[in-house]
Ligand binder design. Structure first.
Ligand code: PAF
Length: 285
């Protein structure tokens, strides 16, 4: 089936009506565009598991806490469309802000207990924007499954919890982070890095992996692990660390001693570009 583009809600309904009538399994991959191999791994997984695949492409103003970040967010519509086509996507939903937010958004979705940590601590309102737009997209597409990357780990935890607590009838599928050969997690923001910044960027993943190995080797003192990681990252003067945390993978609360599986998560700036990444870690049996 050729890729159908839907810009409005009625075009989306038209594009999905046969699949809905025929009881087909709809898979949804929400994105903000600037698609890379991380996104295509989600599209491919949805293609393998669902009858009809909908990608959504919407740079959601509600989740940006800085106007310049929203303005500078990469927009590559024609490339994105071609990528979706190559990966067998059936429908590309590209609403404008006016379609998604025709008036003031008076009702929003909060996951307050999960928002105060990690990215939420320094990006006020970000996860309210994410949870609100994802709820709207899930309501509009009504998929059986929706696919998200583990790179945005806090986002994934919040969306899973939101779907559970609000009884939204969709299965959330969390997919592995896709990395460049040097370990850098793929991100639309990587396109904003200068050659010098790109050269040092893989250090973030390397430090996360070293910390995970230290946990596996039996080092469970979180403050020592974090101090060592921060020292290594700070030795590269281009990095400005936002956070480096070891957290419970369900509640996202920081742990002081690692006695069970944890998530190690970090965010750091290279210039004005903010990179995030995370890895799992488990103490020895
Ligand atoms: O991860 C993203 O690209 C966005 O946060 C999402 C889930 C598409 C919501 O705008």
């Amino acid at each position: 089936m050729a890729l159908r583009r839907a810009d409005t809600i009625s075009q989306l309904d038209d594009a999905l009506s046969d699949a809905r009538r025929g009881g087909q399994r709809i898979g949804c991959v929400p994105t903000m565009g600037a698609l890379h191999a991380g996104h295509t791994s989600l599209l491919d997984r949805a293609r393998a598991e669902c009858d009809l695949v909908v990608a959504t492409l919407f740079v959601n103003p509600l989740q940006f806490d800085r106007a310049d970040d929203l303005t500078n967010y990469p927009r590559t519509m024609e490339d994105d469309r071609a990528i979706c086509e190559r990966h067998g996507t059936d429908v590309l939903f590209c609403p404008t802000p006016e379609v998604m937010y025709p008036g003031p958004q008076l009702v929003t979705v909060d996951a307050t207990p999960l928002e105060g940590f990690l990215c939420g601590a320094t990006r006020p309102g970000h996860f309210r924007g994410v949870a609100t737009v994802v709820t709207k997209l899930l309501n509009l597409v009504a998929p059986e499954r929706a696919y998200f990357g583990q790179k945005d780990f806090q986002q994934l935890v919040i969306i899973r919890t939101m779907v559970r607590d609000l009884n939204i009838g969709v299965e959330i599928v969390g997919c592995e982070t896709v990395r460049d050969d040097d370990g850098l997690a793929l991100s639309s923001r990587n396109a904003l890095l200068s050659p010098n910044q790109r050269a040092v960027a893989p250090l973030l993943a390397a430090v996360l992996n070293d910390t995970s190995s230290a946990v596996a080797a039996g080092n469970g003192d979180a403050s020592k692990l974090i101090a060592a990681a921060r020292a290594t990252l700070s030795a590269e003067p281009q990095f400005e660390i936002d956070y480096f945390e070891i957290v419970d993978p369900g509640t996202l609360e920081p742990v002081s001693t690692v006695t069970a599986p944890v998530r190690i998560a970090a965010a750091a700036y290279l210039g004005t570009t903010r990179l995030i990444d995370n890895v799992a870690a488990s103490p020895p049996d």
